[in-house]
Design a protein around this ligand. Structure first.
Ligand SMILES: [Zn+2]
Ligand SMILES: [Zn+2]
Length: 253
């Protein structure tokens, strides 16, 4: 961080499993201010060139934070640094994806690494008031086991994959809408169509459906140290080995 952060006037706890960008947007929404105001308040530097040197700024803060960045956000928000870090994809590094630690990119060549974008569960968006789960960004996530339905791949109205890039810093976020709200009254939304993604239709799955079982086991594998289900029961495998064996090629996104 290049500037000392100030403490925020309100405290908003992240939801379990929430992604960093979602929490930042929820903060801005709650404060009725622009996303840029919140990130500036928390000390995030703005992407800019200084001579020929590009600051160490990732394309998306939700991929990974440096230790001092997480500490600054924690200081300003009152949320522990470990919780802040767990909202970034670094939480899944070497478990469900691989992150280039220097460039802070997701390696798309291994473990179904998904460089950008997020799937979503419309019911989860409805229940949470538009808060986005981190695991929806994984190539491994395809169903919501809680609501027993497939995740949506994109906006059903305009076809855009969501969260291909961070939301605009110049407007007050509306986290369950496709794209950014209009920059001024009377203007159209930009970067999306404004559709309420909570209204997206996806296939509902009956209890015990193989897709739900598969999703449950994959998430269990990612969260545990050793895979011991099914084919691996006789000879438990380290997590990365099990995920790599079942990985098709090339990567999907
Ligand atoms: Zn759900
Ligand atoms: Zn749309």
């Amino acid at each position: 961080m290049t500037r000392l952060p100030r403490t925020l006037p309100i405290r908003l706890d992240p939801l379990p499993g929430e992604a960093l960008d979602s929490w930042l947007e929820a903060l801005a929404h709650r404060l009725c201010t622009t996303l840029g105001d919140v990130t500036s308040h928390l000390g995030f530097p703005v992407r800019a060139r200084s001579g020929n040197h590009l600051h160490d700024i990732p394309s998306d803060w939700t991929i990974a934070l440096r230790e001092h960045e997480a500490a600054a956000v924690a200081y300003a928000s009152g949320v522990p640094p470990a919780v802040i870090t767990a909202m970034t994809l670094a939480h899944y590094d070497e478990r469900a994806l691989r992150i280039d630690p220097v460039r802070r990119h997701v390696d798309r060549r291994v473990l179904w690494g998904r460089g950008r974008g997020s799937r979503f569960c419309p019911d989860c968006l409805t229940d949470s008031g538009g808060r986005w789960q981190l695991l929806w960004r994984l190539g491994w996530a395809f169903a919501c086991t809680r609501h027993q339905r497939l995740l949506a791949d994109c906006c059903p109205n305009c076809g855009r994959v969501q969260r291909q890039r961070p939301h605009s810093g110049r407007v007050i976020p509306q986290p369950s809408l496709c794209g950014n709200p209009p920059s001024q009254p009377g203007r159209p939304p930009f970067g999306g169509c404004g559709f309420d993604l909570a209204g997206t239709t996806t296939l509902r799955l009956p209890s015990g459906h193989p897709a739900l079982t598969a999703q449950h086991r994959l998430l269990e594998t990612i969260e545990s140290d050793i895979t011991s289900f099914g084919a691996y029961a006789a000879l438990p495998q380290p997590r990365l080995g099990a995920l790599t064996v079942s990985e098709p090629s090339p990567a999907g996104f």
